[in-house]
Design a protein around this ligand. Structure first.
Ligand code: BGC
Length: 844
């Protein structure tokens, strides 16, 4: 949608200059404000028109039965769905009897700006009512980073050319009517009228509504207070009913006069606290916000974000679109995790009800890396949430006949909500993903208190799971059978390489943590025999490798499966899971999202350089990227093995997932993991940052299109800045004691006084493997036409992949599957990146 003419490319904001109903739903998602606790979608102040009204409180959900046509042991029986809580954003306006509604009258000008540096959403528009009265409406909205319970709006209306009667109704509304979800089953199911009224009042300009949910027994309170400024004619009244609290302000305004309303809204919820306690909590938060005042909240927001961006900003020269997208991405990831405070970080953050508001491995594998190096406190909080859910995860492991803890594949409150077990229960890798996040956080921060209080327990319980899930064969090798790796187009596979390598790291990390914290380990019942078992399992872990092909198997026997009929799969049949039966996807070589390729990134030490290159060449053509979690990983590995152009295009795909609505589902909420993947692509891909071991490694290399990349990372109480151009890189220590880092294997000591510069080597150019997802190629061809030079390189590569495949006797060689279109790998991804003709507004 950003490619729509109504959106411009600017470095620090997202600006919409036309109102367009066609992209209203997407705009509501991209203009969402949140602090990880409270989330407001970017709905218009007046509530309508809307695509999906959305106000969310992290953790507030309703339960519903999960029906199964055929019952089975261990199936989760209760689902959880995020609910739309009380809407505090609503400010309706009547202009001389006519409701201010953009579908009527004439919209003379319209602009909305999401200011990424200040954390504010501005709107200004001029509207003429059907009877000819013109008003200017301005609003600024924030969800506070510093006062967790608080959101606020400053709203102003002024007549443009004649004396006008205005009536403003500032409301808080529960149980709003929601549109029914149709189509894509991944979209969250909206639960209607699920809030039961418990108490309401309106006193002067203060409003309060308290509700509770029927099944999940959560109590939700919302309160609002107002400051009104205007001419003498201003009158105010207030009232409340079960589901509505309303302050009404009337005024007669002459041109030059304006009516301004500052609205403060506070939210609170609890599963255990009494009605008076929750009500008083929101009243107290509101009093705090009133005393800070509107300008105070704006100043606090600015101060908070100044501090954040100082450590988190990424500068990209050479691609203005990526510059904007990466800041947009970082901002939304911060919004998702910032004040989540021991709650989950959902896959959509608090920007929509997609995926029912559930959290997945997206958090630990994609979101937490960004936060670890830019805002580490959020990571400790997120992992403490996992620790809090350990009792449920232990019970789940028992239910499955396993030891330790089995964390849920998708959840809001810690209980498993995935009704489809091959891609849910069997996706045990989430346990190792959580363990890896613990290791990464502790290594990056040196937070030994966290390790002692939470890390050891998480590592021990996940290691126990792996040990009970796997088995040693007669030769002593340790196998983990019947699991689902990241690629959900393969299920119940034996020895999934990603899972095994991550489990290996998990087992070893548990041994190390138990040695460092013997008292904590002993309190958890860990003895020497148990750590010896973990060590043995880790050492003997099976890692399937096909010698004939010279590539790792995604799982045992994978390369012997038939290859998906890419040529016979037209564009409209992607994503494949919505058009083909899973049984067929499961028995073919077709990869939904990076799996083996992800293991080469996260467990890079387990692969030789030449193996990485061959593996990438083998799996890249098979990967259809039906999940948004794929592009950033392929970007990182494409960059590492030397396909910089391809990496650059993958970066675009990750970065523009929502700004260009690449998967056509941004309306349901943002793809927070893919947005975080933009950071991963730049820092780990083109910055070449790896954090295996004690020293941070960098191996920077830029694609031709980027002339400079500069990013900062927080690491063990230091802040370092890496500034890369095409030919050199400068490492500077901005804060903290001297630190050693590695530049392409050379250890450099950094001190505050002396930045260090090193040359950057250009990788030898080699043709990139083609991605064979048909639609992309066709779309690319349509948009750009075939480039002969690139097509020639493409053919060479097809041969190269063919030679690799030819080593396999029992499977169809990859290269014999005809390609659906002519195009370069660059075109393949550029096509996704630019789904509209290049008619963008020029950069401001
Ligand atoms: C992906 C999962 C991911 C989930 C939520 C699915 O399409 O296959 O890996 O966790 O989306 O983003």
């Amino acid at each position: 949608m950003i490619s729509h003419t109504a959106y411009a490319v600017e470095p620090w904001c997202l600006r919409e200059t036309e109102f367009n109903l066609d992209v209203l739903a997407q705009s509501e998602s991209v203009f969402s404000l949140s602090n990880g606790h409270v989330g407001w979608r970017g709905n218009l102040d007046e509530g309508e028109p809307h695509a999906l009204p959305g106000s969310y409180l992290n953790g507030v959900h309703e339960q519903h039965p999960l029906p199964y046509a055929e019952a089975g042991y261990g199936f989760p029986e209760s689902g959880q769905t995020v609910i739309n809580v009380t809407n505090g954003k609503l400010i309706r306006l009547l202009v001389d009897d006519e409701p201010f509604d953009l579908r009527y009258g004439r919209l003379r000008s319209h602009e909305r700006v999401l200011d990424l540096r200040r954390g504010l959403l501005h709107r200004v528009c001029e509207w003429t009512s059907p009877v000819g009265r013109t008003v200017r409406v301005r609003s600024t909205r924030l969800v506070s980073f510093t006062q967790r319970a608080i959101a606020a709006v400053a709203y102003e209306v002024e007549p443009v050319d004649a004396r006008t009667n205005v009536v403003v109704q500032s409301e808080i509304v529960a149980n709003e009517q929601l549109p029914a979800f149709v189509g894509d089953p991944r979209a969250g199911a909206a639960l209607k009228s699920c809030l039961r009224p418990e108490e309401h009042f309106a006193i002067d300009m203060r409003l309060c509504l308290v509700h509770s949910t029927a099944r999940s027994s959560q109590r939700v309170a919302a309160a609002a207070d107002h400051v009104v400024q205007g001419p003498e004619s201003v009158r105010t009244t207030s009232e409340s009913t079960d589901d509505v609290g309303r302050v009404t302000v009337t005024a007669v305004l002459d041109p030059g006069e304006s009516l301004r309303i500052e609205k403060f809204v506070s939210y609170g919820w609890s599963g255990i606290r009494s009605l008076p306690a929750v009500r008083d909590q929101v009243e107290a938060a509101l009093a705090g916000a009133r005393s800070t005042g509107w300008q105070g909240l704006v100043d606090q927001q600015r101060e908070y974000l100044d501090g954040f961006w100082r450590h988190a900003d990424i500068e990209v020269d050479g691609d203005a679109e990526i510059q904007q997208a990466v800041r947009f991405a970082i901002f939304h990831v911060l919004q998702a995790g910032n004040r989540a405070e021991q709650r989950a970080i959902p896959a959509k953050g608090l920007t929509g009800s997609g995926y029912d508001g559930h959290s997945f491995w997206d958090t630990e594998t994609f979101v937490l890396p960004l936060l670890t190096y830019t805002s580490p406190n959020c990571v400790a909080e997120a992992l403490h949430w996992r620790q809090d859910t350990l009792p449920t995860a232990r019970a789940r492991a028992r239910q499955l006949g396993l030891r330790g803890a089995a964390f849920p594949w998708r959840t809001i409150n810690g209980a498993e909500c995935s009704g489809y077990w091959p891609a849910g229960t069997a996706a045990f890798h989430i346990n190792a993903d959580i363990a890896a996040a613990v290791v990464r956080y502790v290594s990056a921060t040196g937070d030994t208190d966290f390790e002692r209080e939470a890390g050891v327990e998480l590592l021990v319980e996940t290691a126990r799971l792996w040990h009970s899930l796997g088995h040693h064969d007669s030769g002593g090798r340790f196998h983990i059978d019947g699991v689902t790796g990241p690629d959900e187009y393969s299920a119940l596979a034996n020895d999934n390489t990603y899972t095994n390598l991550m489990a290996r790291a998990n087992l070893q990390a548990a041994v190390d943590a138990a040695e460092r914290h013997p008292a904590q380990a002993a309190a958890l019942g860990v003895d020497e025999e148990e750590t010896a078992d973990w060590r043995d399992a880790a050492k003997a872990m099976a890692v399937p490798y096909n010698r004939a092909l010279g590539v790792h198997e995604q799982s045992a026997g994978y390369t012997a499966l038939g290859v998906w009929d890419f040529a016979g799969t037209p564009t409209e049949q992607y994503p494949l899971m919505l058009h083909f039966p899973y049984f067929d996807l499961y028995r073919k070589q077709v990869v939904k999202q990076a799996d083996l390729v992800l293991s080469m990134f996260l467990c890079g030490d387990a692969f030789e350089d030449d193996q990485k290159a061959r593996n990438f060449a083998y799996y890249e053509p098979l990967t259809v990227r039906d999940s948004s979690l794929s592009a950033c990983v392929q970007c990182v590995m494409a960059a590492e093995v030397g396909h910089l152009r391809l990496a650059y295009d993958y970066l675009g795909e990750a970065a523009l997932i929502d700004l260009a609505d690449l998967q056509k589902n941004t309306r349901d909420g943002l793809h927070i993991a893919s947005l975080a993947g933009t950071w991963i692509g730049l820092v780990a891909g083109f910055g070449g940052m790896r954090d295996h071991g004690d020293v941070l490694h960098f191996a920077p290399r830029l694609p031709e299109k980027l002339s400079r990349l500069a990013f900062s990372v927080l690491f063990r109480q230091r802040c370092l800045r890496v500034d890369v151009t095409g030919s050199q890189v400068t490492y500077a220590l901005l804060e903290g004691e001297p630190l050693q880092v590695s530049h392409c294997g050379e250890v450099i000591t950094l001190a505050k006084e002396g930045p260090q510069t090193r040359p950057v080597e250009k990788p030898t150019a080699c043709p990139s493997p083609p991605n064979r997802r048909a639609g992309d190629l066709r779309h690319a061809a349509e948009l750009r036409g075939a480039d002969e030079g690139e097509s020639a390189a493409f053919e060479v590569l097809v041969d190269a992949v063919g030679q690799v495949s030819a080593g396999r006797a029992d499977a169809q060689p990859v290269a014999q599957v005809p390609f659906a279109g002519a195009g370069s790998p660059r075109q393949t991804v550029r096509a996704l990146r630019s789904p509209f003709p290049p008619d963008r507004k020029s950069e401001r």
